[in-house]
Write a protein that binds this ligand. Sequence first.
Ligand SMILES: NC(=O)c1ccc[n+]([C@@H]2O[C@H](COP(=O)([O-])OP(=O)(O)OC[C@H]3O[C@@H](n4cnc5c(N)ncnc54)[C@H](OP(=O)(O)O)[C@@H]3O)[C@@H](O)[C@H]2O)c1
Length: 439
Amino acid sequence: MPDGPAVTVIAPMRIAAAGSRRRAIARSTEHQVSTTPVAPRLRCPRLAVSWRGYRLGGRCAHAVAIPSCRGVRAGTVNNIGQMTYILAMADTLTRDHEGPVLIVGGYGTVGSALTELAAPHWPLLLTGRNPEKGAVLVDKHGATVRRWDLTDPAPFRAAVRAVIGTVNDPIDRVLTAAVGAGVPYVDITRWTSRMTRAIAVAAVMKPRAPVLFSSAWMGGITSVVAAALIAERGGAAASVDIAVRWDMNDMAGIDSVDFMDRLGYDYEVRRGGLPVTVAPLTDPRIVNIAGSRTKVVRIDTPEQLTLPITLDVGTVSTRLGFSSGAATTALLAAKKAGLFRWGKGDRWTSVRRSLLYSPGEGGNAEIRVDVDGEGGRTSATVVDPRGQAHLTALGGFLGLRRVLDPTGSEPGVTYPELHPDPASILRSLPEHGVEVLRE
Ligand SMILES: NC(=O)c1ccc[n+]([C@@H]2O[C@H](COP(=O)([O-])OP(=O)(O)OC[C@H]3O[C@@H](n4cnc5c(N)ncnc54)[C@H](OP(=O)(O)O)[C@@H]3O)[C@@H](O)[C@H]2O)c1
């Protein structure tokens, strides 16, 4: 698409009807942009807000920078009837082979665990909306902390060795900044539909560095374990079944709850190589996970998308159950009553989330992976006594090691299960305090 003539856009927001004109214009900033839009006009049905992205400085600015109406700025847009929002974002990352690893969301629950794992290996730059919250990690690990609010159009600039996303990136802002700059990138946050979109975005951008989508359960650990088991069987498997036991005492950060809202949406998986649509929280099984009989039900996770493609597995199923049978029963009752369908709207958000989000002080992360095919079943159960945040962070850390390995990392999109030696990862888990139980 040819660029139009460069113009300076002042007042990125223009209100076309009655509303909070004064406050919206106060948010204006100045950007040099071309007049060629790179994104279609989008509309938010709730507040009738629309916006457009423009090309900035020759790079795709991916400027549709408003993940939700509230993202425009909570509290400032309530009275707006009709508004055009023109925004060009100019995040600039550059690749610096000696620079820090940028952990976006780096002092959150998963980010802090990752910081602990990564600090002995690389200098670290952590970002979030409230950098003061990272003070402990600055003292303990010598990390640098800076503000990068992904809902704020203020541009972010840094020279970094690699980027890992440990906070939701709903408009692919971090992804496009990293891929556009040819910086190795790892993500552990995207649910399946977001990952599918991100893969499409990355493909269009023709990555010059590795782009590792490691959002499979526990930062991709499940996928690597499945790959290791399949490799043990000579590389072939008809099915992979993953069963997760969620410890009710485990910790989880608030940024995780968006994922839980996916329980309202059916999703597509492969069964015997053919596509089928599955409803979440259905198809129950009782599975022995590390000695505990656990009722588990279907959930949408990215390994169910990728393993059939990457390792040619005909059927991949991931299920989850709680360590408390009563909690699983309550969740299934809510599902049966239709809460996840009729209660999809914002009004019901707190009710939905109260069922799913009650983090504790810490617990075990336990996952069983069964691989079936010719010659029977091969199984492994992974138990991390430091909990799901640590195991997810470990998945992210192993991903960083992979994308930063000059001998083993090619440019382009890849997945955890395509690790060149997944068996070595399975063998190395105990070094990180993670037990691997084999039957
Ligand atoms: N793949 C997996 O198996 C797996 C497992 C666990 C978690 N996850 C994902 O990992 C992510 C992090 O989870 P968590 O439990 O660590 O959440 P968390 O504790 O809430 O951490 C989120 C971090 O991001 C920052 N942040 C939040 N909103 C931001 C924004 N708009 N712009 C910039 N920074 C922002 C927060 O700091 P401020 O509040 O100061 O901004 C915080 O440091 C979630 O997306 C979750 O779904 C994936």
